[in-house]
Design a binder for this molecule. Structure first.
Ligand code: 0L1
Ligand code: MG
Length: 278
């Protein structure tokens, strides 16, 4: 399916990109302006139907370059669209990868300003922190579990810069897979202390359960998301460094939020983490 083609088509080796450097820089600037000015845009493939996977990840890399040039620090990596619920919600069929910078981090129980976001949604995730580097190709769940320091509950706020969340996979990759904010908290656990497939998650909004699921919703095992990320980076001569926080992907569909909402994620045996929208 498309999953295979993403991996296969994403390699840096011997593949001609369709967009020139100037266009890639202009598209990154456009998407970041939308983010900073809190306005949406039609998906960029409407104007650039020839864009390929390498172009999409090159635009994302240019976004990171712009942010770090302004003094932002890389705060973590993420896998997205890793659950069937999310893939179905978005009408796509393969995971995507991207980054978070330090300004995306929300303190546990802290505030998120809706005036800085276009149309935020939240999703429950398992976050991993690596103790050793993970490098593909050939990375698998076993290698991930051996390299993980701890796992911890996390809520991701996604905020696609595309109008009404209407996009295709290449557009969403270029838009840093809708990354906007995240919080982690609760009780960190060693990976072997938790059955990451059966671990239950409950997402509450204003005290009401709005979504629930189990870890296996993410690719059968959330550690598989890190293996795929390591393999994806390996094709580009990169790795997941030791000490990296990685969000493994939403376990349920994403839930829209608005000012006044309080969101709490409870993960079985791992406590809870929360954020408030103002
Ligand atoms: O974290 C993710 O699952 C990525 C989401 C990208 C698509 C979206 O905006 O829903
Ligand atoms: Mg996510």
């Amino acid at each position: 399916g498309q999953g295979a083609s993403v991996t296969a088509d994403n390699g840096a080796e011997g593949r001609g990109m369709k967009l020139d450097a100037k266009t890639i820089a202009a598209l990154a600037e456009h998407l970041e302006s939308c983010q900073l000015q809190v306005r949406d845009t039609p998906k960029i493939t409407d104007e650039h139907p020839d864009m390929d996977w390498d172009d999409a990840y090159a635009i994302q890399a240019e976004l990171l370059r712009r942010k770090t040039a302004r003094g932002r620090k890389l705060a973590g990596l993420k896998a997205g669209l890793t659950s069937h619920a999310k893939m179905k919600q978005m009408g796509v069929s393969s995971p995507v990868f991207s980054f978070m910078t330090d300004d995306y981090l929300v303190a546990d129980g802290g505030e998120v300003k809706c005036s800085e976001l276009i149309h935020p949604k939240v999703e429950p995730e398992i976050a991993f922190v690596t103790r050793r580097a993970l490098k593909g190709p050939g990375c698998h769940i076993g290698a991930v579990l051996a390299a993980v320091d701890f796992v911890i509950p996390g809520i991701e706020v996604i905020d696609s810069r595309y109008r009404d969340f209407k996009f295709d996979l290449k557009s969403v990759i270029a838009d840093n897979t809708s990354a906007a904010r995240f919080v982690i908290g609760g009780q960190p656990k060693r990976a072997e202390q938790v059955d990451l497939r059966t671990v239950g998650v409950v997402l509450e909004k204003n005290g009401e359960v709005v979504a629930l699921g189990a870890g296996a919703a993410v690719l059968g095992h959330p550690a598989a998301a890190l293996a795929m990320l390591a393999n994806h980076l390996g094709e580009r001569g990169q790795e997941i460094p030791a000490g990296t926080l990685v969000l493994s992907g939403g376990i349920t569909e994403a839930v829209p939020v608005q000012p006044g909402d309080a969101v709490t994620l409870r993960v079985q045996g791992m406590g809870s983490t929360s954020m408030r929208f103002v």
